[in-house]
Design a protein around this ligand. Structure first.
Ligand code: 9UX
Length: 69
């Protein structure tokens, strides 16, 4: 089990949160997704370490941006 935290920019409502959660949940191996609207924190739990590029692509697909540190 692996957990990774990211930051998403641009979410302003609960539906934004749903969209991001839905897209990231579709990544292979992902078992849990938590999104905090206020901070933009995105926590992804997966069976194997997640590829950050896959997370970035999913967040882009949802219509938002992953903040790259
Ligand atoms: Mo409503 Mo969240 O348009 O972008 S889904 S603010």
């Amino acid at each position: 089990m692996s957990t990774a935290t990211f930051t998403v920019a641009g979410m302003t409502c609960a539906h934004c949160v749903s969209s991001v959660t839905e897209e990231v949940s579709e990544i292979a191996g992902v078992g849990g997704v938590e999104v905090d609207l206020d901070s933009g924190a995105l926590t992804v739990t997966s069976s194997a370490p997640i590829d950050p590029a896959a997370v970035a692509a999913a967040v882009t697909e949802a219509g938002y941006d992953l903040v790259t540190p």
